[in-house]
Design a protein around this ligand. Structure first.
Ligand SMILES: Cc1cc2nc3c(=O)[nH]c(=O)nc-3n(C[C@H](O)[C@H](O)[C@H](O)COP(=O)(O)OP(=O)(O)OC[C@H]3O[C@@H](n4cnc5c(N)ncnc54)[C@H](O)[C@@H]3O)c2cc1C
Length: 557
């Protein structure tokens, strides 16, 4: 018989998935048929083999949307199992700067004399004159607006601490609505310590609260598939999970919540929105979280629709970023893994932080300049991703390399040795420019750069310094020649960030299929959810709560 755990979830037996026929055969032989029969509800037998665990609400992802979903479901009386593929909780949230775009007139806004209302939040996020808001689903924005104050209260009630200071207005907001959470107090539990990862204070506090309230969190458990009842409503009744070489099923009596965090690390998936986004574009929070679209794909296997796909490709450049730390594989603007980070062994280098782009020239994978290096607007990214004349590579622009010399390293105070740079494919040095070109070898650099072409690019640029004018790309006042050896080439390919489109949901966070019908028992929140282009934490927290609440209250026959 299934054993009840303290959290109300049930642990039903060993974790081996088999077909129904195979299970019944083996179960009878092993004398555990009674367990199996007790755990297979009428109507579900065809859909699954055996449930290793059961809870009312099963949540996939212990990150920014999954944790509030878990707490809210528990607060509403449901038993809860959260699984996460990673070895620790937090998702991208633990790496985030903790800049929370939340308002509506909450207690901290009142304390700091900011006048705000849910209606004002709504108005700001449906502005037609702003690409951050133009393409969003107003039904979802309305829910978000109304959930701002309750979400702020929820965070405080569940142990999140906020810095009492105004930041912003940012994004579409017309009033200061950005607040910083306090970083988690234990640096050993901050995945990128020394880098102001204030989001750690949100997810660590929420995980502690979720556990205290009785949610079970299973780490190193990856959802591989959703399980759907084949009879009756066809509702989602559980998930298939893989953990440490075993595959088993977890049953959800009321609902499954996808909180898996988006798709930007999945090349095929992201190219549905923009075919230019080929494999060379890295994803901001790797190697910590893959953002592999597994949640979206599992739901799409059951006919789920995507929503507000225009948000993913808006030319505000919300989803693609200039590298700020060059010479390493992942040089996203605010994130660096210091040697103290548990991720450092995977990241391999911290990168050289660029203070002044006047100190480098950027070339594409054919060794040619492509845009004004000082720019960071969408035109820069479009030029970086443009076809560069290579008949073998029609999509994507290929790697981008920052070229600089010994004098630039002195001006920037760069130490060009490891662990600052990654000589295993992301940083090269040589005594001549032509020799440097020959050294550039990287998995994404499909053809060698011609030494003559790179030398010609640098000679031409040096001429612009003499002339005081960049005749090719109008870089304002080119300042420094690249002339003193050694010469360097550092990886500086634009890096991907937000998933701003994902699964279609209704106001309750229930997933909708391509024919516009609710997929019963399936919910989605966070970056895997489409329909609202807001960057980051706030929408994930708000819709996590919405999904957790609705799933917990679901009446199931
Ligand atoms: C460097 C950085 C800085 C940021 N700074 C800010 C900021 O200052 N302000 C802001 O608002 N936003 C910021 N963000 C964005 C914010 O962190 C994300 O929007 C937010 O974490 C997304 O929440 P989520 O729940 O959708 O995904 P996540 O928080 O990433 O959680 C998803 C979880 O799902 C798990 N998972 C995925 N697939 C599976 C599977 N198949 N089975 C089991 N588990 C799975 C993952 O391991 C992960 O733990 C930042 C992001 C980064 C990377």
């Amino acid at each position: 018989m299934a054993k009840k755990a303290a959290d109300g979830s049930a642990r039903d037996g060993d974790a081996v998935s088999v077909s129904r026929r195979g299970f019944l055969g083996r179960g009878a032989a092993a004398g555990v048929g009674a367990v199996a029969m007790a755990t297979v509800a009428p109507g579900e037998a065809e859909a699954q083999a055996r449930w290793a665990r059961t809870a009312d609400v099963v949540i996939i992802g212990a990150g920014v949307s999954g944790l509030p979903a878990a707490i809210t479901a528990r607060d509403n009386g449901a038993s809860v199992i959260v699984i996460d593929a990673n070895y620790d909780i937090g998702g991208r949230g633990i790496l985030s700067g903790g800049r929370l775009h939340i308002g509506g007139g909450h207690a901290l806004q009142q304390k700091l004399n900011v006048k705000d209302t849910p209606d004002q939040v709504f108005n700001d996020w449906v502005r037609h004159d702003h690409a951050d808001s133009r393409y969003s689903d107003r039904e979802l924005v309305r829910v978000f607006a109304d959930e701002n104050v309750p979400t702020y209260d929820f965070l405080i009630e569940n142990g999140v601490k906020m810095i009492e200071k105004l930041v912003g207005p940012e994004q579409s907001s017309t009033v200061p609505r950005t607040f910083l959470s306090v970083e988690w107090e234990n640096p050993a539990e901050v995945i990128a310590p020394k880098r102001q990862r204030n989001g750690s204070g949100i997810v660590r506090a929420l995980a502690a609260s979720a556990r205290k309230k009785g949610a079970t969190i299973l780490l190193k458990h990856r959802m591989t598939k959703l399980i759907r009842e084949r009879q009756g409503s066809g509702r989602i009744i559980g998930i298939e999970v893989s953990s440490e070489g075993k595959t088993f099923n977890i049953r959800a009596r009321k609902g499954v919540i996808i909180a898996t965090g988006g798709h930007t690390g999945n090349v095929d998936f992201r190219r549905m929105f923009d075919p230019r986004l080929t494999e060379e574009y890295q994803q901001a929070c790797q190697p910590w979280v893959a953002q592999d679209a597994s949640g979206e794909l599992a739901a799409m296997d059951h006919g789920a629709a995507l929503w507000s796909t225009a948000n993913q490709t808006t030319e505000t450049a919300a989803a693609i970023t200039k590298t700020r730390h060059i010479g390493c594989q992942w040089g996203y603007s605010s994130l660096v893994y210091e040697p103290e980070s548990p991720m450092f062994k995977f990241a391999r280098a911290t990168g050289l932080t660029v203070k002044d782009w006047q100190n480098v020239v950027m070339v594409n994978d054919r060794g040619k300049r492509f845009w004004n290096e000082l720019s960071g607007n969408y035109d820069f990214f479009a030029a970086a991703m443009a076809w560069n004349g290579d008949p073998q590579k029609l999509n994507g622009g290929g790697p981008i390399w920052a070229i600089f010399d010994a004098d630039a390293a002195v001006r920037e105070k760069w130490n060009t040795a490891p662990p600052n740079v990654d000589p295993a494919g992301y940083f090269f040095a040589a005594d001549t420019i032509a020799e440097l070109a020959g050294k550039i070898k990287n998995p994404y650099q499909k053809r060698p750069i011609s030494g003559d072409v790179l030398a010609e690019s640098i000679t031409r640029y040096n001429g612009f310094v003499d002339a005081g004018k960049d005749a090719d790309f109008n870089r304002p006042k080119p300042l420094h020649k690249i002339a003193k050896p050694p010469f360097y080439a550092a990886w500086s390919t634009p890096i991907l960030h937000d998933a701003l489109s994902g699964l279609r949901t209704n106001r309750n966070s229930e997933v909708i299929d391509i024919r516009g019908k609710v997929i019963e028992g399936l919910y989605c929140a966070g970056e895997a959810q489409g329909g609202f282009s807001q960057h980051g934490l706030a929408r994930c927290l708000a819709f996590g709560r919405v999904a957790g609440r609705h799933a917990a209250k679901r009446a199931v026959a």
